[in-house]
Ligand binder design. Structure first.
Ligand code: SF4
Length: 658
């Protein structure tokens, strides 16, 4: 009998027999069948599938079947955005499917090269005693050597102790710093073993950042992921953002400082530069350090002098700077030093550092001088940060790049997520435009959630609130009061979604003492790593988690810990950000309506994601409160409402109690 997804997902099939509580879901089967067809017919697929559909089995099954029935042609790549999903696939779903599917197939997970220990570099650091002057670093290096003898893949994630970044940088596997087959550690090397596994695996799990870093490399003629004909992007609503980050550029004083420190930490006589560099290289190094500090101090002064609140757009301005030239000169000095030494390991280190500086010079040049990259329209700006300003740049339009290098000349792509666009955008026109997916080679599918949202969710639209655009101070005050009311009334168990860090801080201040008095823990984004805050949220069910941006999407807090979601404001992107502004302008210039066709779909998508945080399982229930009056007072509010999987009627509105 030929196996297909219908057999495997049948209520009496191999999965149902081995998975307690498995229920055949028609949406899951529909998605799986559509993905199977996409693989067979080599057509892209955009498939939105609501929470609870069981997307991971829906794509892993056709991937495993295709691997079994079509040997060769490279792996089917599955790419996720979050580590949580990657871990779920790696540790739960894939081991289960390997155990139950009645055929042999292979799968593995690829992580970035820098996560692997390079045995050759570790022994070089040991031999050269480059960390001798720092007892903590020397002790860590000794620990690493001991650990490396028994470790399996020798990745940073396996390390049983937290490693200092400066120590790991000295021993990590690096692009351009590997002897490959000429290395005496080749057979033992964790990175090389991982590469071989990735090349032979039939299903390969990666994350979006790694996938798009590889795409950027592929555009430059190199690649580290194996050739593949199919890729499934889960959490695909992140693709435009990840592509923008991967194809974008960013440099701060710290970036250049990091490269300089790797060559020659201050107060060190045992550095690579100290031992192997020329006198001129050391002079250039010092000059570069001073110029870097001076250049970014000037940018900092410019930001402080600016009357604008946001980041500072550079337009076509050329920033005159000496850094690019100095970086290139230092790189040539290092190459000259490399050519003088007979020691292969030292030669490799010098060449790798030189190529790092050359790449940095190219980035710096592109950010300071628009003429440096005439083929790419780069939007450039200066961004404020906690540790000083950064020079940033991003392509005005990633869609043309993705169209050319991914959707037209790359693998067959399946894009899936619980939310991929506004519900009234039946053909995913917004997503296609954002990513550059042509109409002719793509099928689309929208599948609702099997959860009963009408039963599980009470949607409350607060009326009578001040308008955030026209009366921001009153609005802010009223949001603080009403959030407190709702949270206390619910006994905590809440997630409060904001749209700016300033708002998070002021709202947290307002809530802190009252929540303390009510014995409700307050967790504020930014006070600890997000993964830690989420652990706390799950283990302290009454707690209130408040934050912005990343809390709207991809966080999973099922059960009693989350029965109230407060949406303080509709999540429109900040229109004054230079990149948003430039993209909106470009949209208008092409004859589009930037608000209706760009800002609004983006905000609706995010709003749907925020709403989706509440119901994560069949048993979940609770209340979503929207405190932004524009849901009712603006015509576009109807589009937000129509995008939700719950019926809304006037009786669900609340009037604020005074
Ligand atoms: S093969 Fe490359 S990454 Fe592996 S130990 Fe040797 S030099 Fe390092």
């Amino acid at each position: 009998m030929t196996l297909d997804v219908r057999t495997l997902l049948h209520h009496d099939g191999p999965i149902a027999r081995r998975l307690p509580g498995f229920e055949a879901r028609p949406q899951q089967l529909d998605l799986s069948v559509a993905i199977e067809r996409a693989f067979r017919e080599r057509r892209h697929l955009i498939a939105e599938a609501g929470t609870g559909v069981g997307k991971s089995f829906a794509y892993l099954l056709p991937a495993a079947l295709h691997a079994d029935q079509n040997q060769g042609g490279g792996p089917i790549v599955i790419s996720t955005r979050t580590i949580a999903l990657q871990e779920q696939l790696e540790k739960k779903d894939l081991p289960f499917l390997h155990a139950v599917l009645p055929f042999e197939w292979s799968s593995t997970t690829a992580v970035g090269r820098n996560n692997y220990l390079c045995l050759r570099r570790m022994h070089l650091a040991e031999r050269e005693q480059s960390m001798l002057e720092d007892p903590d670093k020397s002790a860590q290096l000794r620990k690493l050597v001991g650990w490396s003898l028994g470790a399996h893949d020798r990745t940073k994630m396996e390390l049983p102790f937290p490693v200092l970044p400066e120590v790991w940088e000295e021993v990590q596997a690096e692009h351009g710093n590997c002897l490959n087959r000429a290395c005496k550690h080749f057979d033992m090397c964790g990175w090389q073993r991982a590469r071989r596994r990735a090349e032979t695996a039939q299903v390969l799990i990666v994350n979006h950042s790694l996938y798009f870093a590889d795409l950027a490399l592929r555009m430059a003629g190199a690649t580290f992921l194996p050739e593949h004909r199919f890729v499934v992007f889960d959490e695909a609503h992140h693709l435009e953002r990840v592509a923008t980050e991967s194809l974008g550029l960013r440099v701060s004083a710290a970036t250049i400082g990091w490269h300089l420190r790797r060559l020659h930490p201050r107060r060190s006589d045992r550095s690579l530069l100290g031992r192997h560099g020329s006198q001129r290289a050391r002079v250039l190094h010092e000059e570069l350090r001073l110029c870097n500090d001076a250049f970014f101090a000037e940018l900092d002064g410019r930001m402080h002098g600016s009357t604008r609140d946001g980041d500072c757009a550079l337009g076509d301005e050329v920033l005159v700077e000496p850094v690019t030239t100095l970086l290139r000169q230092l790189a040539s000095e290092l190459l000259a030093a490399a050519s003088r030494t007979e020691q292969v390991d030292v030669k490799m280190e010098l060449q790798a550092r030189a190529s790092g500086l050359s790449a940095l010079a190219a980035v710096f040049d592109a950010l300071c001088n628009p003429a440096a990259q005439p083929d790419t329209k780069l939007v450039r700006w200066i961004e404020r940060g906690k540790n000083g300003p950064s020079l940033c740049g991003a392509p005005l339009d990633v869609s043309s790049v993705l169209q050319k290098h991914l959707f037209e000349n790359g693998p067959t792509c399946v894009l899936t997520s619980a939310t991929l666009g506004p519900v009234d955008d039946a053909g995913f026109v917004y997503l296609k435009g954002q990513l550059g997916i042509g109409q002719d080679r793509v099928d689309t599918l929208r599948l609702g959630s099997p959860f009963d949202f009408d039963r599980a969710v009470q949607l409350v639209l607060e009326t009578g609130m001040p308008d955030p655009s026209t009366a921001p101070a009153q609005y802010k005050q009223r949001v603080a009061e009403r959030t407190l009311d709702y949270v206390l009334d619910n006994g905590g168990h809440a997630l409060v979604l904001c749209t700016s860090w300033d708002f998070v801080r002021s709202l947290a201040e307002h809530l802190a003492s009252e929540l303390l008095a009510a014995d409700i823990p307050l967790l504020v984004q930014g006070s600890a790593p997000l993964s830690q805050l989420l652990e706390q949220k799950r283990s302290l069910p009454t707690s209130v988690l408040i934050g912005t941006d990343s809390l709207w999407e991809g966080i999973d807090v099922p059960g009693d810990a989350l029965t109230l979601v407060v949406v303080t404001r509709l999540p429109f992107q900040n229109p004054s950000h230079p990149l948003t502004k430039a993209r909106m302008q470009a949209f208008e210039q092409r004859g589009g309506d930037a608000f209706r066709d760009w800002s609004l779909p983006e905000a609706i998508l995010k709003f749907r994601q925020g709403f989706g945080r509440l119901i994560r399982s069949q048993q979940d229930h609770g209340k979503v409160v929207v405190l932004d009056p524009r849901m009712k007072t603006k015509a576009y509010g109807q589009r937000f409402l129509a995008s939700l999987p719950v019926a809304t009627d006037e009786s669900q509105d609340a009037t604020p109690a005074d």
